[in-house]
Design a binder for this molecule. Sequence first.
Ligand code: GTP
Ligand code: MG
Length: 138
Amino acid sequence: LERTLVLVKPDGVRRGLAGEVIGRIEAKGYRLVALDLRTPDAALLAEHYAEHEGKPFYAPLVEFMGSGPVVALVAEGQRVIEGFRSLAGATDPTAAAPGTIRGDLGRDWGLAVQQNLVHGSDSPVSAAREIGLWFPAL
Ligand code: GTP
Ligand code: MG
C-alpha cells in the first residue's frame, strides 16, 4: 500500500489547525501509520528541501520551517500521494481551490515564503526519501 509524508507546517500548528488537517486525512479514509510533534533542526530541513537549494525562497523557507513545532505524519492508502496533494490544493494559497486545505484555510500574508499550512510528498521517490528522513524507524 502507498505511503506519503505529510507535515502540518509551523503556521498550521500555531493557528491550531493540526486537528483539522488530520481530520481531513482521516475523513478521506487514509490511515495514520506514524504521528509526531517536533521542531525540525537545520540539518533535517536542509535534507528535506535539498531540491530548492539556491532558489530565492530557500533561506526564508528553512527559517520558517524551523520556527516552531510541526506535526509530521505518515498516511497510508491507495494513491495517497496524489490524494493528499489533491486535498492540500495548489502551492499558492490564494490560488488554491476552495474545498482544499490551502484554499479553505490559507492566504497570502505578504511574507518572503508561502505559509501554506501543509507539505505532502510529490512522488513515490520523494515519499520514500522523506519518510526515511522524518521517521527512520519505519
Ligand atoms: P510542499 O508540499 O511544501 O513541498 O509544497 P509544494 O510541493 O506545493 O511546493 P514546492 O515543493 O515547490 O515548494 C516548497 C515550499 O516552498 C512551498 O510549500 C512554499 O512554502 C515554498 N515556495 C515554493 N515556491 C515558492 C515561491 O515561488 N515563492 C515563495 N515565496 N515560496 C515558495
Ligand atoms: Mg514540494
